[in-house]
Design a protein. Sequence first.
Length: 308
Amino acid sequence: MEEPDYLAQLGAELTKLRAVKGLSVEQLYGRCGASRTRVSQALNTRRGRPKPSIDTVVLICGVLGADSGPFLELLEKGKAQSGVTPPGPRAQDGSRQFTREPAEPSIVELDGLFNPLRRENLERSVQWALESSPPIPLARDPRSSGNGIYALYYTGPHGLYQSVSSPECRVPLYVGLASPLGTRRGEVTPPDGGLRRALAARRRAIKACSNLELADFQVRYLPVEDMFVAGAERLMIGDYRPVWNTVLTGFGLFDPGRNRYPFVKRSPWDELHPGRPWALQLQHGPDDDRTLRAVVRRHLAKWSNPTQ
């Protein structure tokens, strides 16, 4: 029996998801903020054609509000069919690599020269600056009043997260960004305490939980120019596949409002970590506690050491 074309399946599933969300291809191009070539490459990929980058697939899934995990699995299987091993965030010798996987070749790079002004390389430098900063307890307020990117790390004894629990803060549980308040309205505003506001919300969510302790969390944060925040977040999620960003989603949600309680399902994160008062008012999601724990264990078995 002939092996299925996993890349063609990836393209078909992304196209189906776009249609379900009611977006035209042009609308998807606009919302992704990436080149048409990158997005079109992902939607039309198949064996023998150029393969989309990990970052592009994560970006499209983020815009369409979908878990990128199943789509990245198809991408990895498709690359394996071509005899290409998907590159990781580090080289075999452990050294840092600016460009994990070029999304669009350029003349400069085809000549073997490194282009530090390429957008992905600029975004990667933001990620490295974040990873190089010292972690601090999440319970402590950040000193910066600006906006930027942050990563949460677990250092406690919870059995589900033992494979990523480390005082060295190597693998994040969650990566997030803090944008100015007027971003969605198209307003240009000065730094307005986005990082403080975002981390305060994350603290409240954890403090409300019955099975997590705020003292067991560390955070790295980096104030950065707004234009590089989303790209750096995307790259970091693609590298580490943080479990609270990918399979146990819902940590970053806010109260949808009392009028919507009867129509909104409880998120996977709130199912496993109950306590937020508004989430307790929602209907149970489709997966029970046992199923969600199994999903988390499978994910962390693969991604607790992403440098391998």
